[in-house]
Write a protein that binds this ligand. Structure first.
Ligand code: DQA
Length: 147
């Protein structure tokens, strides 16, 4: 059983990108923490970062066979992408939406998420911890729904 962690556009620049908003932690460090957390629960985790919408859509499609759940930070595509939302809805895998920043205390264009209506829930505003909290929530959901 494995969990897919998907990072959208510009998240490869974490650590140097607007540190006042996103902090100084790098994507590699976030992935390492997630790896440790998953391992503590005897779960495998795989990671993908892409700046390209279609690559993220393809990864969601592939997850249907390869993964039991998804952690998704779609970055700016959160606010624009009906294609990513439709992909999540199409595969039907339990998905947790995460954001480093609290999107509701930022610009109004960030207040709307196309992703939110098709996910289990959203965690926003806790920096890198949003990912860990999201993973814990997904694992608890998977354990509760396991038959
Ligand atoms: C983000 C929030 C988005 O509004 C922004 O476009 C990002 C990162 C976050 O993690 O806080 O790229 O998803």
């Amino acid at each position: 059983p494995s969990i897919l962690v998907l990072h959208g556009p510009n998240l490869n620049l974490l650590g140097q990108r607007e540190p006042g908003i996103y902090g100084t932690v790098t994507l590699a460090e976030i992935n390492q923490c997630l790896q440790q957390e998953a391992q503590a629960h005897q779960l495998a985790v795989s990671f993908l970062q892409s700046n390209t919408e279609g690559v993220l859509v393809d990864a969601i499609h592939s997850a249907q066979d390869q993964s039991q759940g998804i952690i998704l930070n779609a970055g700016a595509y959160t606010h624009t992408s009906i294609a990513i939302r439709d992909a999540i809805a199409a595969v039907g895998l339990p998905t947790v939406e995460v954001h480093l920043s609290n999107i509701y205390r930022r610009e109004t264009f960030r207040h709307h998420s196309y992703i939110a209506p098709v996910v289990l829930g959203q965690i926003s505003g806790f920096g890198a911890d949003s990912y860990i909290l999201g993973l814990q929530a997904l694992i608890r959901h998977l354990r509760q729904t396991k038959q």
